[in-house]
Structure formats: C-alpha cells, structure tokens
Design a protein around this ligand. Structure first.
Ligand SMILES: Cc1cc2nc3c(=O)[nH]c(=O)nc-3n(C[C@H](O)[C@H](O)[C@H](O)COP(=O)(O)O)c2cc1C
Length: 186
C-alpha cells in the first residue's frame, strides 16, 4: 500500500493537524506493509503559480506532484483551518495538481475526475466549531477540500477532525479524544 502524506500546518511541535495526520499514517501502516511518500508543504513550499509556468506548458514540478498522487493508493492530508479555508501552502499544491486533461477533463456531460480509485483522509484542526450550527456556512476548508478532491476523481474522502481546540481546555481535550477515536476506527 502506498500513502502520499502531506502536511500544511505552519507550526511543527504543537500542530494538531500534523499530529492527527501522523497518527493516521501510523495506524494505516500497522494494517498493511506501507510505503510512504512525505511532503511537508511548509518546510518545502510549492511556489505559487506564475503565468510563465502555466504558459510554458512544461511544469516539471506539477508533473512530479501529479505522479505522486497517481502512484498512491491513499492520500493523508494535514489541513488546518486558517482564515476559514486551507493554508496557502496547501492551495499552492492544489494549484499544481488540478490540471485539465491530466487530472480532470471536461466532457459533454460535464467535468470528469481522472484520479479514481483512491482514498483520502483529511486531518482537520480547527480553533472553532463549524461542523454544525450557525458557523457551518463559514467552513471553506473541509468542504472545499472534499469538493476539489472529488473534482479530480478522489471521492472516497474521510475527515478526521479536531475542532474547537481554541475554545478552552475541555473542548480541546474532547476534540483530541474524538480525533483519536476516529483514527482507531479506521
Ligand atoms: C493563521 C491562522 C488562522 C486561523 N484561522 C482560523 C479560523 O479561521 N477558524 C478557526 O476556527 N481557527 C482558526 N485558526 C486556529 C487553527 O485552525 C487551529 O489552531 C488548528 O489547530 C490549527 O491546526 P495546526 O495546529 O495544525 O496548525 C487559525 C490559526 C492560524 C495560525
């Protein structure tokens, strides 16, 4: 089994999304012999798109990143909520891997994702709570990631979430316990 493991949380030691993504990979690795490709999108950032890169049509980095996804059975993506969406480092990665004719295409029936047959786990950390109640419409992190992955054909997406981690010690502990239980249930 091949796992592509990405992290995009700015902090290292205290990062919740990194802790969850690491534990998901460890849990999956206990189930089957596993080969892991790891990308820290913060310590080795993907440069933002430029007109030159797009027009040159020989974006080697995009080719490499797409090959990593194609090669993987499972994606594990550490994705904290920053300003209601994903970190810019993760967006820069998405900007390279969403490529018309390569990872998706338009047909007469509409768009078709080309990276099918894969599973993704999103390790989501959030200071507040957005999975229910009035705040739900502010979630442009998990919903966006699910939609964009589906667009390229990755429809089997599981969210492992610790939310409300900035709301006090008790909510934080509850969130971490919930995430731990969700990992154990994979
Ligand atoms: C730059 C920045 C922006 C953030 N924006 C939000 C936000 O919009 N909503 C929220 O609930 N929490 C927000 N938080 C809190 C993080 O989502 C929370 O701390 C989460 O655990 C971050 O994951 P990490 O520990 O892996 O960095 C933000 C944190 C940072 C550093």
């Amino acid at each position: 089994m091949k796992i592509l493991h990405l992290d995009s949380g700015l902090f290292v030691e205290q990062s919740i999304s990194r802790k969850i993504s690491r534990e998901i990979v460890a849990h999956l690795s206990q189930q089957k012999p596993t080969q892991v490709i790891y990308r820290d999108l913060v310590s080795e950032p993907i440069p933002h798109l430029s007109a030159e890169t797009l027009m040159a049509n020989n974006d080697e980095l995009a080719t490499t990143l797409i090959a990593e996804i194609k090669d993987a059975d499972i994606l594990v993506i550490g994705a904290p909520m920053y300003n209601f969406t994903i970190p810019t480092q993760l967006k820069a990665w998405l900007d390279r891997v969403l490529k018309a004719g390569v990872t998706f295409r338009y047909t007469e029936q509409g768009p078709e994702g080309l990276l099918t047959g894969k599973t993704a786990y999103i390790a989501s950390g959030r200071g507040g709570k957005f999975s229910s109640g009035e705040q739900i419409s502010l979630d442009h992190q998990e919903t966006y990631l699910q939609q964009v992955l589906a667009f390229i054909g990755i429809t089997d997406v599981h969210i492992i979430r610790a939310e409300g981690v900035a709301m006090g010690d008790e909510p934080r502990q509850q969130a971490l316990t919930a995430a731990k239980e969700a990992i154990a249930a994979i």
